[in-house]
Write a protein of this length. Structure first.
Length: 689
């Protein structure tokens, strides 16, 4: 058994590209080996800013030999009238590099055909591995670059290639660079590293100050951070995203601690942490009560030599950032919220939509509609009104201009400093949530309604002016905003009839288009279908069965929260013993009920001809009387309870009777049940065996 190493050496890649690229290389290598039917025991990956490498352990010398039965022409074509082999038969065996002695006949569907058993000797492993050149050269990246006078492009210029099958260098050339056994060490601390066989790869690079394993670099960083924390009785939170980035910024990690002046601790903690984390890639340091301390933790790409100079340099850079932050914090407090809101009249939300001030006006209307819909108290509605009238004010502050990541956060801080109610200030921060697909959700009622209102305004306005996401193109993050609305509703379970809410808002906006910046189309079917598309995404992520998704999205339920809840109800009843029978009976009703579309569903009991019709009518009437007040699970159980009545009805009743009055009466009776069922979902789309 053999081992293989392939290393691609290049100029420093951006840290955020390293992990997805090595994952892509591993995935495509696995696929390549699978297609080539080449066995292996393990694939190991290595990645630093300057290299991507894979190691394959325990490869066979060659592919497994295979046998393949190949079908040729029919016997009547392969043999002439005298029993001699025809040109068709001779051509067939020649093409398979075999002879007529290898032919045998095999019957297929009553006809005999020529067959041969072809032996395919396996290719040599070293010949197969040369194909990895195509894998490497066809990796994809967010952006690429050309270098020298080459026509090809890559994430960064490639400078060396190592391709070793045990001790043998494979004759592989990637991007015009022939493979060898020479790698390169740390850019400043290391030298050339000669790799004699794949197993010694990490050891040889380690001697040249390169830790090839991302996992090992992460362990080294965490071990060193833990040591500083223990020695000083500190808390050092390790943000996973920041850790991942730092791991892929360095090849030989050395952790160090720097300091900054205590006077900067008067600036809000969030500002200081953002300055350290987002701009300098530092970890913050806390005391045992989670108070910020005037220290930071960073990682050097190198050893401890002259670490004091490195620390001083980092402290100087951070001090400059903190000085700016302190200045903006002081200057911003000279502004009133009213002055900032006035400035928003001249801040464009989008050139086709209008100003940020107009957006706040629309959000206020939506907030009132949604607030009333979900049952906010008078106090909460007043807090929401105030919040919606100012919630974007921090966009014109110096701090947010310098640190855009702090929008909302600084709005909350400045609002509290200016005496706003805590609920108002919190809502200003929470309206951005969730700020990623699975990000944290707002916690307060006022903040949650403001978040819904702001997101719904963005969706409504962009769709209204035709700026609709297409394919993977979504420059205004409308998919994320719609998904955020659904996640909020999933948590809160508030009634949210989307079409009704949008209709009320549009009516209000169109009363004064000048105030609200736009005149709106009354029909917003495209937006409603778009939200349903995000609902499908939400259901898929919750492992909801595809037919259940189709049933919910195709039903007549317009309340987004109830649609979300319906998915859970259906999931809970899929394993019921009578689920199949319930679905089948309701499906039959729905299909017939659709034939009564023009009917108002009015049933004349005097036209009944049997007891089954009467029993079903009375049962449906009893359910209809309380149906609206039932929760979704109770509604399902009510529909489930109809099954025996429906079955008896169909056993005793010919729906499509010759008498038109009787026929229409029966269809109207079934339409009543159909309407009840479709309010939960299209039961007829559920797949049952």
């Amino acid at each position: 058994m053999s081992n293989f190493l392939l290393e691609v050496g290049l100029e420093e890649m951006p840290a955020h590209v390293v992990t997805p690229t090595i994952q892509q290389l591993e995935e495509k290598t696995r696929k390549f080996l699978e297609e080539q039917k080449l066995d292996y025991e393990t694939i190991e990956t290595f990645a630093t800013p300057r290299r991507l490498a894979i190691r394959l352990l325990n490869l066979p010398e060659k592919q497994v030999d295979t046998k393949e039965e190949v079908k040729g022409p029919a016997k009547k074509i392969a043999l002439d009238s005298e029993g001699n082999w025809s040109k068709a038969a001779l051509g067939f065996v020649k093409g398979q590099k075999m002879s007529v002695e290898d032919i045998y006949f095999k019957e297929l569907k009553g006809v005999e055909y020529v067959h041969v058993l072809k032996e395919n000797p396996g290719k040599m492993t070293k010949d197969i591995l040369l194909g990895l050149k195509e894998v490497v050269e066809n990796l994809t990246f967010p952006v690429t670059m050309h270098w020298a006078d080459h026509e090809f492009s890559y994430i960064r210029p490639v400078h060396w290639i190592v391709a070793l099958l045990d001790e043998e260098v494979l004759p592989m050339t990637i991007f015009d660079i022939p493979a060898g056994k020479t790698s390169r060490g740390h850019r400043f601390l290391g030298n050339v590293a000669t790799i004699n066989n794949p197993i010694e790869y990490e050891e040889k690079l380690s001697q040249e100050f390169v830790i090839a394993s991302s996992k090992r670099r992460e362990e080294m960083i965490l071990e060193q951070i833990a040591k500083f924390a223990e020695e000083n009785n500190w808390q050092i939170p390790v943000d996973e995203n920041l850790l991942e980035e730092v791991v892929q910024l360095v090849e030989y990690p050395t952790v160090f601690v720097g300091n900054f002046a205590e006077k900067y601790l008067t600036v809000p903690k969030e500002v200081l942490v953002t300055s350290m984390k987002e701009h300098q890639r530092y970890f913050e340091v806390l005391d045992e009560k989670n108070n910020l301390l005037p220290h930071f933790v960073s990682v050097r790409n190198g050893d401890l030599v002259k670490i004091e100079n490195v620390i001083k340099g980092n402290e100087k850079v951070l001090t400059a950032r903190l000085e700016d932050a302190a200045f903006f914090y002081e200057e911003d407090q000279k502004l009133t919220i009213a002055q900032c809101v006035e400035k928003l009249k001249h801040v464009t939300f989008h050139e086709k939509i209008g100003s940020m001030y107009e957006k706040m006006q629309r959000t206020g209307v939506l907030g009132k509609i949604i607030g009333n819909q979900v049952g906010l108290s008078e106090t909460e509605l007043a807090e929401l009104k105030r919040a919606s009238g100012i919630y974007k004010f921090d966009l014109v502050t110096g701090m947010v201009g310098e640190f855009p990541e702090l929008q909302g956060i600084m709005g909350e801080k400045y609002a509290l400093l200016q005496g706003e109610e805590k609920a108002v200030a919190t809502a200003i921060r929470e309206h951005y949530l969730p700020n990623s697909a699975e990000g944290v959700l707002p916690e307060t009622k006022v903040g949650t309604v403001l978040a819904l209102s702001d997101k719904l305004d963005s969706l409504l306005t962009f769709f209204n002016v035709g700026l609709v996401p297409s394919g993977s193109n979504d420059p205004y993050a409308l998919r994320r905003q719609a998904y955020g609305v659904l996640r909020i509703l999933e948590k809160e379970q508030w009634s949210f009839p989307l079409k009704k809410i949008i209709g009320k808002a549009i009516a209000a906006f169109n009363e004064d288009p000048e105030k609200f910046g736009l005149r709106f189309n009354t029909e917003q079917n495209q937006l409603e279908n778009f939200v349903k598309g995000r609902l499908r995404q939400l259901f898929t992520g919750r492992d909801v069965r595809y037919d259940v998704i189709d049933a919910i999205l195709s039903g007549e339920q317009g309340d987004l929260s109830k649609m979300i809840q319906s998915a859970e109800i259906f999931k809970n009843h899929l394993a019921d013993n009578d689920f199949k029978e319930v679905v089948e009976s309701l499906t039959r009703v729905i299909n017939l009920g659709k034939k009564a579309e023009e009917s108002k569903g009015i049933v004349d009991a005097s036209l009944f001809e049997n007891e089954a019709e009467k029993a079903l009518f009375e049962k449906v009437a009893a359910i209809k009387e309380k149906f609206v007040a039932l929760d979704l699970n109770e509604k399902y159980l009510a529909l489930e309870s109809l099954r025996p009545f429906i079955e008896e009805y169909f056993n005793e009743t010919m729906v499509m009777a010759d008498d038109e009055k009787v026929r229409n009466n029966r269809l109207s009776q079934l339409k009543q049940i159909k309407d009840l069922a479709l309010s939960m979902g299209s039961f007829d789309l559920l797949k049952v065996k």
